[in-house]
Ligand binder design. Sequence first.
Ligand SMILES: NC(=O)c1ccc[n+]([C@@H]2O[C@H](COP(=O)([O-])OP(=O)(O)OC[C@H]3O[C@@H](n4cnc5c(N)ncnc54)[C@H](OP(=O)(O)O)[C@@H]3O)[C@@H](O)[C@H]2O)c1
Length: 214
Amino acid sequence: MKTIGLIGAGNIGSQLARLAVAKGYDVVISNSRGPETISDLVKELGPKARAATTTEAAQAGDIVVVTIPLKNYHQVPVAPLAGKIVIDTNNYYPERDGQIRELDNESTTTSELLQAHLPNSKVVKAFNHLYAADLTKDGQPKGSKNRRAVAIAGNDQSSKQTVSQLIDEFGFDTVDLGPLKESWRIQRDTPGYGPHRTADELRKDLTTAKRPAA
Ligand SMILES: NC(=O)c1ccc[n+]([C@@H]2O[C@H](COP(=O)([O-])OP(=O)(O)OC[C@H]3O[C@@H](n4cnc5c(N)ncnc54)[C@H](OP(=O)(O)O)[C@@H]3O)[C@@H](O)[C@H]2O)c1
């Protein structure tokens, strides 16, 4: 695994790109307005990064991160992501995304929506509960006291292992909360969403999480 594709170059996309480049990955990053609008970021990231269209980023990445406003998930290119691990950082904010009925009635989760859009990809939820600034601030080497943990969810075990290794390289422990249908346990307004948590603390938060309509 050498190249990380990023669909989204905002708060989270740019931070994950910084972490990836710092760990020696090549980065291909895209946004909705076109590669020329990411030139400052790419300059900052240096020679291991390049700007591209979303289709090119999807094609180039061994792993691809989708980190865009949820309302646009159906614009993510499907064919170039087939067979790939897709990391999903997205959250549902109706004030930004509009009302999404299946989320309001809790019949699905944000990650399951993306997985349904990308039926041949292996979607892994990750990084959705950390503030963007924390990503480059809170990482620590494995075994550090109070090392921060990132919750992941996904339907494919080996993809989760690969993403856990990446998260470890980025400086964080991982807590696997199960299949994508369980990913609501780390959605907005749950106890684990936002604060610094070790793996043990995060496991407790995931257990006590409640869905608003429940
Ligand atoms: N901010 C945080 O601290 C935080 C933390 C955890 C999770 N999240 C979640 O992660 C996602 C990204 O958040 P963010 O704060 O990074 O958002 P952001 O700063 O608003 O950036 C969004 C990025 O997505 C791009 N984009 C939008 N539609 C696109 C499309 N159809 N194809 C390709 N790129 C597209 C935007 O490009 P243009 O600018 O060209 O439109 C922009 O680069 C959201 O779902 C958010 O809720 C955010």
